[in-house]
Ligand binder design. Structure first.
Ligand code: 1PR
Length: 535
């Protein structure tokens, strides 16, 4: 029996799903006494360091937790829970951590590398362990802006390190206490195997590591490298018969001969992409802007069912904004996001409401009223993605507009060599005065953790990514950017990674129509010397 320490600060559904998938039963810690009665405690830390410690204190969990750890009983901490084992964190100065491991958690420096560190990176074991045996060449899913470093005072704890700029502690283990900076529950088959080894060992269900995969050839001393992510996107809506289907537009027009295109069932397709090696899966509920998303139970059910079997990060977007229902009841954007997280999302994405937030920001600044600020405060910046739906607006010269323009190699209909990228709302149906660069910059300031950058001009065309747009937005922000729209071949992925510094690239049509499998994209990237997560 595994006890889960869920202090209600975010989505721990993925950890539950992964543990259930491995065949273990879970009980929730409900009272401080439950901690010392646990046989094996799993603690998926969520949210900011200070907020997490505050909650632990409020619930009366700090002292029993310290006692449990001091007794060297089976414990697995994930992500923020690894950081909580240290003495403190730059994230929340003055807030003491659990203090088991010497050292203070630091923020990744702002600079060339995007923060948060988000995506699939390796782990360099520093000593032999049953947990990591034979796992040297694998990649695991990380998402965090803070990290611990090895020092002489804590070296006996450090099981493995990962490199992002410089090395940081990605796994600690002493006795029966283990903690991981990455998310094993979101790290595909290898992550599940790590979790299985831990649980088998902790529950006495040994041996944990008999059937080891062959040792990968990557030598242990090699630096680890963050992989470029390949993301499959599922645009979902109801068709005219009322069934929820995966659809796909050409420049956002999803109808063919008057009917909504039907390219498959959302849960089945998501499962297929997970098995084919997608590094992440995104669902966009593309008509949620006109309906109330919480009334859309089938979409929530899609998320629930997908998260039971898909162990890579799931993002969901569509309709995240404040809403008043037919009975006059008010819901905040955070209420909508809460429901998506509870149903299995790891990240939510905001489209139209982000444009409105920027318009509001122009006159009022950062006043805490936006969905971005409210959701980031509860779930962390990394959980808030901004989905941008821009289209090119050509101008004769930069003086013709106040928006940020670029000089382009793709001239406009009248031969114009300058353009700006107009953000749209409601799935491209309405324009706005906001350009994509302003949107990305302001949303980063408001607390967004990632930009999903579409292009209406390229969507569904197969003509390749609009790398001019992508390079301009990537240069404007310090958070990760996902290139989207226009992928027509595996080479287009190499092109966008070569020409821009984006961290991820997303496609829809070529995957749905089975024109280019995800494996072929990865093979192309690998052949071109671009780091990927092997599948
Ligand atoms: O505004 O917060 O309710 O969110 C609505 C979300 O739905 C936004 O993220 C918006 O991008 C999306 N959306 C709305 N209408 C459409 C449409 O197509 N009619 N889909 C739509 C946007 C764009 C991509 C697509 C790529 C790759 N889809 O995500 O998957 O362009 O396609 P490709 O590889 O086939 O070229 P809100």
């Amino acid at each position: 029996m595994i006890s889960l320490l869920d202090y209600g600060a975010g989505n721990v559904r993925s950890v539950r799903n992964a543990i259930n998938h491995l065949g273990y039963d879970l009980v929730d810690i409900a009272r401080p006494e439950d901690i010392l009665e646990a046989e094996c405690l799993v603690f998926p830390g969520v949210g900011a360091f200070g907020a997490a410690m505050q909650r632990l204190h409020r619930l009366g969990y700090v002292e029993p937790l310290r006692a449990y750890l001091a007794q060297d009983r089976p414990f697995l901490g994930i992500c923020v829970a690894q950081q909580l084992l240290f003495e403190g964190s730059e994230e929340s100065p003055g807030v003491p951590g659990l203090g088991l491991i010497p050292g203070v958690v630091e923020r990744f420096p702002d600079g060339d590398l995007a923060v948060p560190h988000m995506g699939w990176n390796g782990i360099r074991p520093l000593r032999e362990s049953a947990l990591l045996a034979g796992m040297e060449g694998i990649k695991l899913y990380f998402v965090h802006s803070y990290h611990a470093r090895r020092s002489p005072a804590n070296a006996d704890w450090v099981l493995g390190e990962t490199d992002y700029g410089s090395p940081f502690v990605s796994a600690v283990q002493r006795g029966r206490v283990t903690a991981l900076q990455f998310h094993p529950e979101k790290s595909g088959a290898h992550g599940l195997e790590l979790l299985r080894r831990f649980l088998a060992d902790a529950t006495g269900d040994r041996p944990a590591v008999e059937a080891l995969p062959a040792k990968a050839d990557a030598p242990a001393a090699e630096p680890t490298r963050l992989a470029k992510r390949v993301i499959a996107c599922l645009d979902v809506r109801s068709n005219d018969a009322g069934d929820l289907v995966v659809t796909k537009g050409d420049q956002y027009d999803v109808r063919e001969a008057g009917e909504v295109r039907n390219l498959g069932k959302p849960v089945d397709l998501a499962r297929r992409y997970y098995e084919e090696g997608a590094d992440e899966i995104t669902f966009l509920n593309i008509t949620a802007f006109r309906d109330f998303p919480l009334a859309d139970q089938p979409m929530l059910e899609v998320l629930r069912r997908t998260s039971e079997n898909v162990f890579v990060p799931l993002t969901i977007g569509g309709g995240i904004r404040a809403f008043t229902d037919a009975d006059g009841r008010d819901y905040s954007a955070l209420d909508v996001a809460n429901e998506y997280f509870r149903s299995g999302a790891d990240k939510i994405s905001i489209g139209s409401d982000a444009v409105h937030a920027v318009e509001h920001f122009r006159s009022r600044g950062k006043d805490g009223s936006s969905a971005i600020e409210q959701i980031a405060e509860v779930y962390g910046n990394q959980a808030v993605v901004i989905s941008v739906d821009p289209r090119r607006v050509y101008v004769g010269s930069p003086e013709d507009t106040e928006r940020t323009v670029i000089e382009t190699e793709v001239p406009g209909p009248g031969g114009e060599r300058w353009c700006w990228f107009q953000c749209t709302v409601k799935g491209g149906r309405e324009g706005s005065s906001v350009d994509a660069i302003e949107l990305a910059r302001v949303c980063e300031q408001l607390g967004a953790g990632e930009i999903l950058l579409n292009s209406i001009d390229r969507d569904g065309t197969g003509a390749g990514f609009d790398w001019e747009l992508i390079a301009a937005v990537r240069a404007a922000v310090g958070i990760p950017v996902i290139a989207s729209s226009g992928a027509g071949s595996a080479e287009h992925f190499s092109e966008v990674f070569r020409r821009t510094d984006v961290e991820a690239a997303l496609a829809a049509g070529i995957f749905h129509r089975r024109e280019v499998p995800i494996g072929a994209v990865k093979a192309q990237l690998r052949a071109d010397g671009i780091e990927i997560r092997p599948t």
